[in-house]
Design a protein around this ligand. Structure first.
Ligand code: GLY
Length: 571
């Protein structure tokens, strides 16, 4: 592999993970079987206690998981500007109490004026800052369209009942945590640079300060009064476009007016006695998760032991092969033909591990995407909800990078995404997560950029068993994978599975990232001897997984990641 390339993606991935999780501790020991919060009826688990609490209050008012989703999502906009996604987009995977499943795609889209080479210099090389910071990096936001689509199809309470507690929270303010204070500090210079002035979040904060956001309260009040159109063409939309134009953006009011969220079929597959329901393209999450799980299914992971040398090898090698396919085949299904059924089918996957040996790592440079005959061709947040009626949702939403593009719509009270960087800006060049893309994920007007978000529901023996997901860019898929395996193969509780140390591999760069201080030196040395390149910087931790499991006695157990301020609340 080219040395400069390797250095560059190693640096961006390390920086991303450092910035994402700086301030968090690692190497904490937890009892893997100890239950997290349990509840008889319902649990909401999200990145912030206030958001989980608002979701639970909506359920207690008789609302269902979909009403609680809207309230929790909007409350994260107030309390978690790092990733709260009114200026971004996301994916919902749901399973109704009657077993019906589906997904909603409210991923951002490229503006109509977007061009294939819009982030390249005169030599055809990517100018990273253009796709990552400021107005040109912003994709057409999908969140408000998503919330209204969910409400229309699946909600039960009036929108006013759902949104009023969020509006009140924005007016009354939320309390800054230590993690948040550190992140605001880390980004304050960049906020000033991108916005060319002080913004609310560039002022110094201390932990326990209260932050009020009256501008966001007003935006939500207008949305409540005027509906989805307020964002997609009304006063809010007009103000958004004016701000973007002022900063050199290309998005127009027509881009907003033409945005629609899309209902899509989930990716569904079996792993032993589990039936996994996950997000379809334009997220790579479901396809990659299916590929990895199907490739490791023939191996007896439980007998190898959790995070043992053999288990790490099998998982890493399956991840390597799945991410190689991701790079080649996946993109927006409205623009490219994706052979999903073939990619996750046994005929194809059975042969994919043929060249794996426990003796030696498969170098990524020797491995390409598989051939399919006949085929022509950090920042995010997750929440899970199971309600008292038996409905379950898994929702992952994003602004892409931390605080997205860092461009802050002061009058509207939210940050705008930098999702354009999730496109393959130049096929073969890495994005901020070090992910390499191909033509399938190249920039085209109105196309959705490929995602790694993996909101996932799992059934066991035909019944709902788990809702799970995480932020973490390219590491999302592998964190969701390990959390499911920790419960299924290694007998952990939901909380234990979330707590357990994780590792990550994504084909390129050809390194395996391990959480710090959590894997023995002897084990890592043995892996190194077999040709695995190890990365374990001090500040690296992977994902902030939130999940809920249905216990055998019917109670629910929440797993909230100790790596963030994540909180499960139930009743
Ligand atoms: N922006 C991160 C993702 O969608 O995967």
């Amino acid at each position: 592999m080219n040395k400069n390339y390797s250095l560059r993606i190693t640096t961006v991935l390390s920086l991303f993970i450092f910035l994402l999780y700086s301030g968090c501790k690692s190497g904490v020991t937890h009892d893997p079987k100890k239950l997290g919060l349990t509840a008889d009826n319902a649990i909401v688990v999200s990145a912030r206690a206030e958001a989980s609490k608002i979701g639970i209050e909506i359920l207690k008012k008789g609302g269902n998981a979909f009403d609680a989703m809207i309230a929790t999502d909007m409350a994260l906009n107030v309390t978690f500007p790092f990733a709260g996604s009114i200026g971004g987009g996301g994916f919902l995977v749901y399973r109704k109490a009657n077993g019906e499943t589906g997904t909603l795609d409210y991923r951002e889209k490229a503006p109509m004026a977007a061009m294939h080479d819009m982030y390249l210099d005169e030599n055809g090389e990517p100018i990273d800052s253009l796709s990552r910071e400021g107005a040109l990096a912003v994709g057409v936001p999908g969140s408000i369209a998503g919330m209204f689509a969910v409400h229309k199809k699946l909600g039960s309470l009036p929108m006013a009942t759902i949104l009023q507690p969020v509006i009140d929270l924005a007016k009354q303010g939320y309390v800054v945590t230590e993690n948040q204070k550190n992140r605001f500090e880390n980004y304050s210079d960049l906020f000033r640079k991108i916005n060319e002035k002080e913004i609310m979040y560039s002022s110094p904060f201390t932990a326990n300060d209260t932050i009020k956001n009256p501008q966001l309260a007003q935006t939500l009040e207008r949305i409540l009064k005027n509906g989805k159109e307020e964002f997609y063409g009304g006063e809010t939309g007009q103000k958004l476009i004016a701000l973007l134009s002022e900063h050199g953006g290309i998005m127009t009011i027509e881009d907003l007016q033409s945005y629609e969220a899309q209902w899509r079929d989930p990716v569904v597959f079996n792993y032993k006695d589990l039936r996994v329901i996950s997000m379809a393209p334009p997220s790579s999450g479901g396809v990659c998760l299916a590929q990895i799980m199907k490739m490791i299914e023939p191996y007896d992971l439980a007998s190898y032991g959790h995070n043992s040398e053999k288990a790490i090898q099998v998982i890493t090698e399956a991840e390597r092969r799945a991410y190689a396919d991701r790079s080649h085949y996946l993109g927006d299904p409205d623009f490219v033909d994706i052979p999903v059924n073939t990619l996750i089918g046994s005929d194809y996957l059975n042969g994919r591990m043929d060249n794996f040996s426990f003796e030696m790592a498969t170098p990524s440079a020797s491995l390409n995407h598989g051939d399919i005959p006949g085929y022509e061709s950090m920042e995010t947040t997750h929440y899970s909800i199971i309600d008292q009626f038996g409905n379950a949702i898994a929702v992952t939403t994003t602004l892409n990078g931390a605080y997205g593009s860092k461009l802050y719509a002061e009058e509207l009270g939210f940050f705008l995404n930098n999702e354009m960087d999730d496109f393959s800006v130049k096929p073969g060049s890495p994005n901020m997560f070090g992910l390499i893309g191909a033509q399938a994920n190249s920039i085209e007007p109105q196309k959705r950029m490929l995602s790694s978000m993996t909101p996932t529901l799992v059934e066991k023996d035909g019944k709902l068993w788990m809702s799970v997901g995480t932020p973490g860019g390219s590491t999302i898929i592998t964190s969701v994978l390990q959390t499911i395996l920790n419960v299924e193969e290694f007998g952990m509780s939901m909380q234990g599975a979330v707590n357990a140390p994780r590792f990550h591999h994504q084909w390129l760069p050809d390194v395996v990232t391990f959480e710090p201080n959590a894997f023995g030196k002897g084990l890592l040395k043995k892996l190194q001897k077999k040709g695995y390149q190890i990365r374990q910087e001090n500040s690296v931790i992977l994902g902030k997984v939130d999940g809920i499991r249905v216990l055998p006695d019917g109670r629910l157990e929440g797993g909230a990641d100790w790596r963030g301020d994540d909180t499960a609340i139930g009743f």
